[in-house]
Write a protein that binds this ligand. Structure first.
Ligand code: HEM
Length: 143
């Protein structure tokens, strides 16, 4: 039993709380695209916390809870979960690339031009889609 009073496990509840905090940070990071060093720092933290929760909670849950997800009748749960994970995976790879460039710029005193505005928006849209999708999946499965 979890901590939010739903049928979710404690891991799913902790993950939900972390993802909501990351959503708030993501919105702050998008609003604060300048100064670039602060923007880069916010998204590097968001990216690495997301990487950890993906590796230790959401990734394993994809396999362990597949039966619960697939049981959602409409829209088909398996489709929602697969699209959510694919969007999240692409966003995470892009986030890791921008974070790598941020760390490189910091260490080697290079300009903080981590990526183009268009690619940043592509990352932000995939990132937000995936974050909201995860919250919807929690609601459909556990509430
Ligand atoms: C998941 C990671 C990231 C997301 C979702 C993201 C999102 C965004 C968004 C939405 C914008 C456009 C803001 C606007 O139109 O005013 C932007 C701009 C920008 N971001 Fe990021 N960002 C991420 C990571 C980073 C990192 C790590 C850096 C490194 C410093 C960075 C550097 C920049 C720069 C330089 C711009 C301005 C680009 C330009 O106008 O040419 N971003 N970002």
């Amino acid at each position: 039993m979890g901590i939010l009073g739903t049928s979710a496990s404690i891991f799913a509840d902790i993950n939900l709380i972390i993802q909501i905090a990351l959503l708030v940070l993501t919105i702050i990071g998008i609003i604060k695209s300048k100064p670039y060093p602060l923007h880069g720092k916010i998204f590097t933290v968001v990216t690495f916390v997301t990487l950890a929760t993906t590796l230790f909670i959401m990734g394993p849950a994809l396999f362990l809870k597949w039966g619960d997800f697939a049981a959602i009748p409409f829209p088909p749960g398996s489709a929602i979960v697969i699209v959510h994970h694919l969007a999240g995976l692409v966003a995470l790879i892009l986030g890791l690339l921008w974070s790598y460039r941020y760390i490189d710029a910091r260490r080697n005193r290079k300009p903080y031009t981590c990526g183009s505005r268009r690619m940043m928006w592509l990352t932000a849209i995939l990132w937000l889609y995936s974050l909201f999708g995860g919250i919807v999946i929690y609601y459909l499965v556990y509430v």
